[in-house]
Design a protein around this ligand. Structure first.
Ligand code: STR
Length: 417
């Protein structure tokens, strides 16, 4: 293989190291290279080496393996000082104590209330509000059309909707949403200088800590307040733990759903025959959502777990102290799981529900049902209101943001028709 992103293969070691491109210039090519590099591939993340798992079956096994932990102190490169806060991706791992960074019994303690608040049954209660936000943002879309009729579906619709939903759930006032959106955009972008990223993470910590203190003094009807209150006879979460969970919820709830909604719209507009079937009621929106989750995952790579013992995967060994990434985009394109046409978008595919985009095992996405509810409201509402919706530029001109772990577009200019 003659490929600039793939270094020469060390003898007997698969196809070599795949250098992950911070500018995300060729995501499909990179996904294919990862798949070609093996079940377990060596990757380079801005100079930092790690393993990644690229296949469904093995990822499923590894995500249940208690020898892999989230605790950054289990990472040799961190303990030795080779990786520091100067590394642009450190904020994806060293994110404070929360359900995202802790394992085992402590993890269950940190996570239970959040997952209980986000069951499909509990979410039915907030469906009317999500529908109301959706209608308001559709009005905003209509109003935002320029003289040429062009409007950015991302900025005006796909981005504000998840922020409003997660803001309502967690009790974050609407006056802060625009600011948070800007901060997360800068957090994820590889164009942001590292000192700025660290400064904005510190600002976010102050903001969330203030919010938790306010909710401690005056609890309201939101998940942040629920996280603060102790279970009867149970041990309450510490302030740091509540702040950590709140951060994780807002970051994850906001960023990933933008990708889900936009990727679904993009896939449908690029496959008009399939869009027709959906609009004719021959195939359900749930099929669109699941196939989009599989084919164009909102999370490209999930950082990171660390081996507490040597772990053998096929003929490779993840050594104790090494890091493992899960490459969800490659996993969604796994031929053994989805067939030889795994690279094709097909809402009638029999395996469309058998993807692993929300993860697996104890850390499986607690917001999965919420994102499905949001997309399940937003997509049909959008196409019902604007049946003539189309891209304002050729599909090839849509660019991805320079974000290594998430799959997010710069903008999505459309004509409402
Ligand atoms: C962003 C920074 C922060 O303050 C807290 C977190 C914890 C949850 C993380 C989030 C991060 C980045 C995006 C993640 C999210 C959990 C799910 C989401 C990784 C590090 C996904 O992309 C799946």
């Amino acid at each position: 293989m003659n490929c600039p992103h793939t270094a020469a293969a060390p003898a007997g070691r698969g196809a070599g190291t795949v250098v992950i491109d911070p500018m995300v210039q060729d995501l499909d090519g990179e996904t294919a290279r990862l798949r070609d590099a093996g079940v377990l591939a060596r990757i380079d993340l801005l100079g930092v080496p790690a393993w990644t798992v690229t296949r469904h079956a093995e990822a499923r096994r590894l995500l249940l393996d208690a020898r892999l932990v989230k605790d950054i102190d289990a990472w040799d490169l961190w303990r030795s000082g080779a990786v520091t806060h100067a590394w642009p991706l450190i904020g994806m791992i060293d994110a404070g104590r929360s359900m995202f960074t802790v394992d085992g019994a402590e993890h269950r303690r940190l996570r239970t209330k959040t997952s209980q608040a986000l069951t499909p049954r509990r979410l039915e209660a907030i469906r009317p509000e999500i529908e109301k936000f959706t209608q308001e943002l559709l009005d905003a879309l209509d109003a935002a059309q320029g003289d040429d009729g062009v409007v950015d579906l991302k900025a005006v619709f796909a981005q504000p909707l998840p922020m409003r939903v997660v803001g309502m759930l967690m009790g974050v006032d609407e006056s802060r949403h625009a600011m948070l959106t800007r901060q997360y955009k800068a957090f994820f972008s590889m164009l942001t200088p590292q000192d700025e990223r660290l400064a904005l993470l510190a600002e976010l910590d102050v903001f969330y800590t203030d919010l938790v203190r306010e909710k401690t003094a005056r609890p309201t009807d939101d998940l942040t307040s629920a996280l603060i209150l102790a279970e009867e006879g149970g041990e309450p979460l510490t302030e740091e733990e509540v702040v950590g969970n709140l951060k994780a919820m807002v970051a994850a709830g906001h960023e990933t759903t933008i990708g889900l909604v936009l990727n679904a719209v993009r896939a449908l507009l690029a496959h008009p025959d399939q869009l027709r079937k959906v609009l004719a009621g021959e195939v359900g929106w749930d099929a669109v959502i699941e196939e989009t989750l599989r084919w164009d995952t909102p999370t490209t790579h999930l950082l990171m777990r660390f081996a507490t013992e040597d772990i053998t995967v096929g003929d490779e060994v993840i050594r104790k102290g090494e890091g493992l990434v899960v490459s969800y985009r490659a996993i969604g394109r796994d031929i053994e799981q989805h067939g030889a046409d795994a690279d094709a978008f097909d809402i009638t595919r029999p395996t469309r529900n058998r993807h692993m985009t929300f993860g697996h095992g104890p850390h499986i996405c607690p917001g999965a049902a919420l994102s499905r509810v949001e997309a399940g409201i937003a997509l049909p509402a959008l196409f019902t209101r604007f049946p003539g919706l189309r891209l304002a530029v050729p599909d090839e001109e849509i660019t991805r943001l320079p974000v290594m772990t998430q799959n997010d577009m710069t903008a999505f200019p459309v004509l409402l028709g």
